[in-house]
Design a protein around this ligand. Structure first.
Ligand SMILES: [Zn+2]
Length: 342
């Protein structure tokens, strides 16, 4: 017995992190969120070049499709390979047959010139017809003038800003600094330590928040009435798995929680990428379209994915447009190059 659902949306991803699995341990064990950024992610993104990024994105997109995820809202940073990076990601997703909304995470971590080049990459990509948002890493790594420039650019381009907000205590001033800039089309990610309401859609990433020990965002309790979507923050793109975890994390916070809430967060992804509704995902389980079944049924698998135009993108669990074995082999080669630099 099987069930057919629309394609799923991963509303916050980092396709650049697909090669990170198995990376060498940092020289010193990180003991808090800031140290995790310093010693893991900011060493990794600094080492990325466009060739590594291409195979990382191809692998991440293929793995998303294998989980029935046909749309990815990506947030990218590669400070030594900024120019053209969003096109590399968008092209890799298109090659696999996955829709992507790309953003480059602007930051002043690498000086004003780095921030300027990040803004320019967002602008270049969107003005060239790419589907994107203006990315900002987070308020705590940006000056006020960079935050204003990003908000202004997004307004000029007619898109929202995609930004990490108050993920850890280090960014607790994000609410105050962004309050006058945020707009309804912004995608505000995490909000775990956010001290006020902020305009925009909240991207909730429960697995990542647990993994970084930053606490539970409690979006249903803390921000009732605000639109919440689900992301993985770079830990794959298995959205039913993320929904299951979102449900049980919600339940751990509130015994009255129902899987319908986490399910609604998953479905809210269609507000960001409506066309994913046109894709058809065929599952090996006949209640894959039911919140209560999915919440308690780990391990269901995608059999086939058919695009809105009728093209078969995944057949019997394997992507049709790319050879997944080749993608894995090439990605592994790039991972070796990347790890050497770390
Ligand atoms: Zn993120």
């Amino acid at each position: 017995m099987s069930a057919v659902t629309p394609g799923l949306v991963c509303s916050h991803h980092h396709l650049y992190s697909a090669l990170a699995r198995g990376m060498p341990a940092p020289p010193k064990q990180p003991t808090n969120f800031q140290e995790i950024l310093d010693q893991v992610w900011w060493r990794l993104d600094t080492a990325l070049d466009l060739e590594m990024l291409r195979w990382s994105a191809l692998l991440g997109a293929a793995e998303a499709l294998m989980c029935g995820t046909t749309a990815i809202v990506d947030h990218h940073e590669s400070p030594n390979a900024i120019e053209g990076s969003l096109s590399v990601i968008a092209d890799a997703c298109a090659e696999v047959g996955v829709k992507a909304v790309c953003a480059y995470g602007v930051t002043d971590r690498h000086g004003a010139d780095g921030a300027r080049r990040g803004l320019a990459e967002n602008e270049r990509f969107v003005r060239a017809g790419g589907r994107g948002m203006v990315g900002v890493h987070a308020a705590f790594t940006c000056t006020d003038s960079t935050l204003r420039a990003a908000a202004g650019l997004a307004q000029d381009l007619g898109v929202g800003v995609h930004i990490h907000v108050a993920e850890g205590p280090v960014d607790v001033s994000a609410g105050a600094r962004l309050e006058s800039l945020a707009a309804d089309n912004w995608l505000i990610v995490h909000c775990v330590n956010l001290d006020r309401e902020l305009r925009g859609t909240i991207a909730h990433n429960p697995r990542s928040n647990m993994n970084n020990a930053v606490g539970y965002a409690a979006p249903a309790r803390r921000f009732p009435g605000q639109r919440v979507v689900l992301g993985t923050d770079g830990i794959g793109a298995d959205m039913l798995e993320e929904m299951r975890l979102a449900y049980v994390a919600h339940r751990a916070d509130d015994v009255l929680a129902s899987p319908d809430t986490a399910w609604s967060w998953l479905e809210n992804g269609y507000a960001l990428v409506p066309e994913a509704r046109g894709d058809r995902v065929n599952w090996n389980y006949n209640h894959a379209d039911s919140a209560w079944h999915v919440a308690f049924t780990p391990g269901m698998r995608v059999l086939d994915v058919v695009g809105a135009d009728g093209e078969v993108l995944l057949r019997e669990g394997r992507p049709t447009r790319v050879d997944i074995d080749e993608v894995r082999a090439k990605a592994a080669e790039q991972a070796v190059r990347l790890f050497r630099l770390l």
